[in-house]
Design a protein around this ligand. Sequence first.
Ligand code: ADP
Ligand code: MG
Ligand code: MG
Length: 873
Amino acid sequence: MQSWVYSFEEGNAGMRTLLGGKGANLAEMTRVGLPVPPGFTITTEACRAFFRAGNRISGELQLQMREAVARLEEKKGQRLGDAADPLLVSVRSGSVDSMPGMMDTILNLGLNDETVKGLAAVTGNDRFAYDCYRRLIQMFGQVVLGIESIRFEKLLRRLKRELGIEQDQEVSAEGWMKLIGEYKECVKTFSGIDFPQDVHEQLTLATEAVFKSWHNQRAQVYRKINRIPDEQGTAVNVQSMVFGNKGDDCGTGVVFTRNPSTGERALFGEYLTNAQGEDVVAGVRTPQSIATLKDVMPRVYEELAELCDRLELHYADMQDIEFTVERGELYVLQTRGGKRNAQAALRIAVDLAAEGVVSREEALMRIEVSHLEQLLHRGIDEQAAGEPIASGLPASPGAAVGLAVFDADTAAAWAQAGKPVILVRAETTPEDIHGVLAAEGVLTSRGGMTSHAAVVARGMGKPCVCGCEEMRIDQALRQAEAGGRTIAEGDWLTLDGTSGRIYAGSIPLKEAAVTDELQQVLRWADDIRRLRVYANADTPADAGIARGFGAEGIGLCRTEHMFFAPERLTVMQAMIMAESREERLAALELLLPMQQADFEGLFREMDGLPVTIRLLDPPLHEFLPNAGELQQKLQAAGTEEEQEQLRRMIRKVHALHEANPMLGQRGCRLGIVYPEIYDMQAEAVFRAAAACMDGGISVHPEIMIPLVGDASELSLLRERVERAADRVLGEAGMSACGYKVGTMIEVPRAALTADRIAAHADFFSFGTNDLTQMTYGYSRDDAEGGFMSHYLEQKLLPHNPFQVLDPDGVGQLIEIAATKGRSRKPGLKTGICGEHGGDKDSIAFCHRTGLDYVSCSPYRIPMARIAAAQAAI
Ligand code: ADP
Ligand code: MG
Ligand code: MG
């Protein structure tokens, strides 16, 4: 018979897939002798069977649960439903991959009108017993019966108002009894059934509800973002209760073994006296810092610190731990690898390696490169910031600027429309996850740094400020008030998740510097990786940034970007408008020195490193205004001469019109139709090289011909480049400069005939944007603005192939081309230069395929260096 249920003594950390993360870790902690309240786990297999049976618990599972309960009763010396001394349990969700707060949990199960009296009598504490009971009715009402939490909260608020008190802890036993009566009525009104008095029925219903919470909306959204499979299902943990709400020598809290925002090695956490776990993680009360526990319960604090050390060492990673103190006794209720932001991840990885807990390789593998980008970006420009209007808890670092919105749906809608938003909420609830995802940053007036919203924001690398109590948020009016100012929906707001400060308006942000930890990790990565990392950079300024981030060359300089400056554009347009070769040459004559100056700047920045220069690529019409615009100008034009000029341009625009510009006269086809354009560019490259070499700079130009589809194109154009080199540099200069001529492989035919093309190429650079377009036959602009979203939603494609390189089709072409190319020319240099150069999966593909380098935008270089090392480990 299959086992659906495991007691904590029977499992271990390796059984995550079966027991879920929480269950496997509870078992592991039990196994190594930590103070875990006993209990058992119902497996994820049982959950899947439950779904298959149309959301029904099988007779077999019922039976196994009864047996497990009986064993638990024996262990605890208490019985579920015993009116004299009842066993109480929690029923907790627990998926394979941690999904903090996304599913449901019920505490204090086992209480009813009779057992609550028993609990009061055994503990001699009426207030406590009835507090537990009202919590059970509320949680059960919400989770099992689907009653909105606001229904219960309203009643609680009214009670406190009537009693003239503010804090839950001040409510007396009589107060809770009264509330329980009202809660039961509330349950009856909104669900149509009575709160179940049969405790076994409570357990069955709660288990079903936790299974079903796998499918609630926030859990679905969370899975989508984190690429967690929908089929997995959740385990259910049934655990005997310990109580943090018995009095002032009790409490509950969450502690991280290191600071999840900075990585600092110091306990980081929060704690509430006389409370149950939900109060901390749900963000309903703003808790105290863990340091206060040191003063209030020094012995417990010490024990907790020891426990943290043990768990961290045991798992060889920073842990996020839930604990409860009952009458001075410490219990641990959960541990998991702590979510952390990029800065903390780096520091923790470096420190753990230095402490000898993990190897450098392990430390590198733990870094989530997609988060690094955020680290390399923005902070508040303090000089320009002025006075903050409020400040709260710095829950997730980084700065964000956006329009204030007060609910998650609006956040999602506005972000969809391209507006940056800051999500402002009174409380932090996991239901807001789609809003958090859409927002630049998150701001809440209540809740602590371990509340689920903060945890989720950190995990996503979103700036977040929590518990900003000076800010009064009126959800209904859609406005907030702080520091004497009113922020209405749509007003600009800036928040700094590093300091916790909030500013009205849009404050300029500044770029961040590379920290010591990042430098350290990058040095390790450099020792390990085989792939070289180049930058896509079009200007000396970009090249400078790229070199600062460790670029080992420029893999793509798009020369057309040099022509878009206004004073150059007119010359470029004159060149395009030229009606004879002579006219065209005259215009090119003017462009030559401009282009030469650009290349000199690049060579200087990249002294000693290769610079890959792509000759003109886009269709010429991109340099002219569109016909409609020109018509309008024509209406307004004064002189006859101006009008004639505009008419000529309109005729040219029409003449250049193509049905399919992406497949039209662009790339090397331009160089074939107008050889003088490429001649000018080659000449500018070599003149710049000569000038720089004279100045003692080591120059390595690599001239790249785009969009070649047949070897004959490259053969022809290469010859012209060589003639230019000969003309400008002469024999001696040529050997000193050691330039290369190569091509982009971005047309499928080029990949398939790569051996013939390699005969004329010193290098191949895979232009994976065009290669993806042409392999799929998707025009990128039309796909991304249109049908791609349908393909992704219907799971016809696993990813957008313009973001993650398609290994099967596009990748196969790359492999073919690399193999064929090297068969013809063994030393052929190969790399990629599309958007994919900065994506970690694509980088791993390049490593496997044996390419020599990847080239990506300057800010992605640190990521690419680490991803290249991860690929090599
Ligand atoms: P989540 O996955 O949403 O964090 P949990 O199952 O961890 O849900 O439970 C929520 C809170 O209830 C936690 O703070 C936890 O410590 C507390 N809790 C769960 N089970 C027990 C128990 N048996 N005794 C005391 N507190 C508990
Ligand atoms: Mg938890
Ligand atoms: Mg291209």
